[in-house]
Design a protein around this ligand. Sequence first.
Ligand code: MG
Length: 259
Amino acid sequence: MITLKSEREIKKIKEAGHVLYGALMAAGEACIPGKTTKEVDKVIEDYIVSHGYNPSEKNYSEGDEIPFPASSCISVNDAIIHGIPNEYVLKKGDLVKIDVVVDKDGYYADAARAFIVKDEDEIDEDYPEQKRLVEVTKQSFFEGIKYAKVGNRISDISHAIQEYVEKNGYSVLREFQGHGVGIAMHEDPGIPNFGKPGKGPRLQEGMVLAIEPMVCQGRKEIMESDDGWSIITEDGSLGCHYENTIAITKNGPIILTNE
Ligand code: MG
């Protein structure tokens, strides 16, 4: 069932999204050589909690999975999503994807960013392979939401994402997708990152959606890693992820997970 949110509810989700954005930026600053992903997760948790919000991913589980043990998903290099923060020590050139959900008073926001680990005197341009993958993944989100208009269908967004990613020589994974969000972490509808346009529910004012392209540098096939959570590319190529929560309004989409 798709729930439509009121203006007041969208405001609450945006407030959570603002804290989430701050947590992601703090996490990006912490992605430096020598830090463990567990230490980065601690930065995220502290940021969220100190702002009076909850890191929703902590102890999250679906069905009989082990509860998720951290406040963020941190996925490095060939891991695309659902990475568990651990003792892995970040090194120069690592591509780190951080996916966080924040809630308060029953309102949820969901977003992800990718960061390139580098020394203080380096810039992203020093890592052109990673940088291009990050930029294409991010831009595919913006290509997708050009279609996030009242009256369009869900797969119009999906199609635009796939087309842009493939045009740039990468692939989109098929097994995971975007989703409704706002009064729960995962709501209907599902929003694949591929497919023909003109399918799925029509977009309506008040829909709140997490749009999240998941992109493989090489082939689209994935597998689960030994930790029981991380999703990694089968061919070992880099994976990338970019996500925002958006609201559908009569004046077009509004991003709820930014400054
Ligand atoms: Mg997410």
